[in-house]
Design a protein around this ligand. Sequence first.
Ligand code: BES
Ligand code: MN
Ligand code: ZN
Length: 477
Amino acid sequence: MTKISRANSKTISSAVILVANKKTNYGNYGLSRTEIDYVKHELTANDKKTVAVNQYNKLIIIQTVNPQKETYKTIELWRKAGAGAADMLNQHKQSAVTICDTADDANATLAFAEGLALANYQFLKYKADAAKEKNTLAQIFIQSKKASDKQIDQLAIVTDAIYKARTLVNEPVSFLTATQLGKEFEAMGKEAGFKVEVFNKAKIESLKMGGLLAVNKGSIDPPTFTVMEYNPRGAKNKKPIVLVGKGVVYDTGGLSLKPTGNSMDLMKCDMAGSAAVGCAMFAIAKAKLPLRVIALVPATDNRPGGNAYAPGDVINMMSGHTVEMLNADAEGRMILADALHYAKRYEPELVMEFSTLTGAAKAAIGSLGITCMGTADERVKNKLIDSGKNVYEPLAEMPFWDEYDDMLKSDIADMKNIGGPEGGSITAGKFLARYTNYPYMHFDIAGPAFLLMRDSWRVKGGTGVGVRLLFEFLKNK
Ligand code: BES
Ligand code: MN
Ligand code: ZN
């Protein structure tokens, strides 16, 4: 964990970073006259954005960015600068850093700290040499007149939540079974103060969650269904916000087995949607947002075991619909349909569902952003899109035309679980929308959930995508 707190008179760090712009007065930070001249020369004549002054007992880094026309783009540059600083500080074996808001720009300072903290994440649980590989940086102090205690607290909370989400995604199924996932959520509920109930297989059977049970048939491990609820006194919303996350702890494709080669290598990440919603709950409860929020996670692995559901099977879903299953690899929608149906009992104001649902979403926009679609009104969609920009988890809205629905027609059941050869991410969304009767948004995070290469503050492996988006959207509600 990288600790984030406000600097005070007792703060000691041998590294200092100046979040600077034209207004910065370099006289206040222990730089000599010649050092200041050097810094100014580098920033202006040499057009540098980062300048390091390595005094014998202190490392001072001066950071600027190129202001962009749109604020959110400038903020993202600050995050990226923070990620660059993480590397520099670790190379210099620094354990703590003080970030100075030299230009009274709280948003820049907080974004810089965020990029720094997010880039400093590591997953070392399975390394014998963990101590050697561990980043030295462990403490971030923020010195700013303009940043409020609440802003600094929330940054610390959300960073913690992202770390948790990344770790869940990085955990292989050899550890993180559906049962273990439930336990992880229980621990988070205890720590942050929200209610968690994990349904076992018997309970899932009594609820007739046919989609979840069908996917689980090829597995040796039992499924779980986790219900998390945060219901603070004085909540602003009467009808709850419901979050739903795909908890496929491993996706082999089932009997529609994914081809050998390496197409299965990343499939431990297929519960990233559940990590997003569970860890968003953690942040919401920890930050005590005045909102009633519920999260639902159907969880199982998808395997081709002896009793696996077989293409051609007709499944009785919890909603009463029948589904002709024609591809066992389209399992996410089978388990999510039951969760979305279950959500109806809350009469929700809005349901937001996160899932690594389709390769088609990844093919459409890559790993840079999230494809979304749904039936919520324009006001909600616009707020979501703004939130996506603010946290730089940008949203690309897909069309959701009625005609896509026709592609799910089955000869013998109410629908089939795959669409045609085109528009695969949309037909998946359309399938899910059949199980809703409330304003609904579907977020397909198959692209950004897990990265094979680091991209600045989005480190290699699990990214925790969705957590910051949800927190940003809900804290402004
Ligand atoms: N979990 C996969 C989607 C996925 C792909 C996640 C790449 C992360 C990275 C999902 O269950 C799946 O297999 N989808 C199929 C659907 C198809 C069979 C209709 C796909 O996209 O190929
Ligand atoms: Mn699949
Ligand atoms: Zn899957």
